[in-house]
Design a binder for this molecule. Structure first.
Ligand SMILES: [Zn+2]
Length: 424
């Protein structure tokens, strides 16, 4: 293999001529001078169309490439501008980087992969980039993936949900494909206008292909869905009722805790109650021995909180059982909630009753919402991880990367290693 080809491989560039490689003493980095190969020159950065030369732009430009061993590496090239009939005066396309990027394709792919699989500090340290840069890179990688494959194509059954972030002060509308479990669309907001944007993007013919739309029972969602997709059956994801119950239980727990702290002045009791949060929140089959102990303590010392816990569990059981058995248990639960005298659950009972028809339809249809539920749970976790991003767009891109099926492979992993050295 020629020396130039080895450098091409090392730097991870294609359709590119490596002219020269030097060690920049000031930067402590390797700098490779490159240029697009014939045929890849003078193309519009937006649309890749061959265009007329305009000017030299801002002259030479550098892009971060993957480190070579422990040493940072850069690509350096002229960055002239062309005149595109569609996009006007625009910097040319570079075969080694995405448009407007200051990092190479491989560098960006690796950052995106790590953002999904590793911790924030691991990504920052390993790649030597700021978290904000990670957000910008992820947004570019996702937009690139979407330009190659439109996630809104072929949708038949989808779930619409609202997810809060920034401690419940901000919201996202998220759309999940029931068949693949993937996140396909998201936007900041929680109103009719925001959801209408989704149906605008989907268009009339693709909206007409939708068979089933499920949501959490919010009126504003139902209203938009009814007016925009006439062929779809509207139902309710039963797991939302469990989410409501979990929220109600948390409300009861907070009240009891506040009562212990303020009215009784019993800080030790309040602390102990606070420590029970996870025991009350987790599914009983997954409790550790210690958490079981905490639950037993709640059962013994706080009747109201324990009954609230049992109410939450019975509703969860009804949703899990599905079918006629689930519906019968739901009826029992509704009667119990109505007379339980715990305000949060009396209120929840009324809410469930209002949506009873939709919930029963969902229990009867028996389709599993496990995929959508787990996707939603993952997005909720992400809203905390991506907290360092400034914009909701970066948070959405991060969610698309993690649960939207747009995460790139790690560079150079297409061919598996034919041998592996094992440490003695
Ligand atoms: Zn163009």
């Amino acid at each position: 293999m020629q020396f130039a080809k080895v450098w091409q491989r090392l730097l991870g560039v294609e359709r590119t001529v490596v002219e020269q490689v030097v060690f920049d003493e000031d930067e402590g980095a390797i700098v490779a001078s490159v240029r697009p190969r014939k045929g890849a020159t003078r193309r519009c950065g937006e649309c890749q169309r061959r265009c007329a030369w305009y000017d030299r732009g801002e002259g030479r430009r550098r892009w971060r490439a993957l480190d070579l061993g422990p040493i940072p590496a850069y690509l350096e090239a002229d960055a002239p501008r062309v005149r595109c009939p569609e996009h006007g005066i625009v910097v040319v396309a570079f075969p080694w980087a995405r448009h407007r990027a200051r990092h190479s394709l491989m560098f960006e792919d690796q950052v995106a992969w790590l953002a999904k699989h590793a911790s924030r500090s691991a990504v920052e340290k390993l790649m030597r980039v700021a978290w904000r840069t990670v957000g910008a890179i992820v947004a570019r990688v996702v937009a690139d993936a979407h330009s190659r494959k439109d996630p809104l194509d072929g949708l038949r059954r989808l779930g619409i949900d609202e997810i809060s972030y920034k401690k419940g002060h901000k919201y996202l509308v998220v759309i999940v494909d029931h068949d693949s479990g993937r996140l396909v669309w998201a936007a900041p907001g929680r109103d009719k206008k925001t959801l209408a944007k989704f149906f605008d993007a989907l268009g009339k013919s693709r909206s007409a292909m939708l068979k089933e739309v499920s949501a959490d029972g919010a009126d504003w969602i139902a209203e938009v869905v009814r007016s925009r997709c006439l062929n779809a059956k509207m139902n309710m994801d039963a797991f939302h009722t469990v989410q409501w119950a979990t929220d109600a239980l948390d409300e009861v727990r907070r009240e009891v805790w506040n009562h212990a702290r303020r009215s009784l002045g019993d800080q030790a009791l309040a602390d102990r109650l606070k420590g029970c949060r996870y025991a009350l929140w987790k599914n009983p089959e997954r409790l550790t021995g210690r958490q079981k102990g905490k639950l037993a303590w709640v059962a013994k010392t706080n009747n109201q909180l324990y009954r609230a816990y049992l109410l939450k569990e019975e509703l969860r059981l009804a949703v899990r059982m599905k079918g006629e058995e689930g519906i019968a248990l739901l009826a029992h639960w509704l009667a119990w909630a109505a007379r339980c005298q715990i305000p949060a659950f009396v209120e929840l009972g009324a809410k469930v009753r209002r949506h009873r028809v939709a919930i029963e339809a969902s229990l009867r249809s028996g389709t599993s919402n496990a995929l959508v539920e787990s996707t939603n749970t993952k997005i909720r976790v992400l809203t905390r991880v991506a907290f360092g991003f400034r914009s909701p767009e970066a948070l959405i891109a991060m969610a698309m990367l993690a649960v939207g099926g747009t995460c790139p492979e790690l560079p150079g992993r297409a061919t598996p290693l034919s041998f592996e050295l094992t440490a003695a």
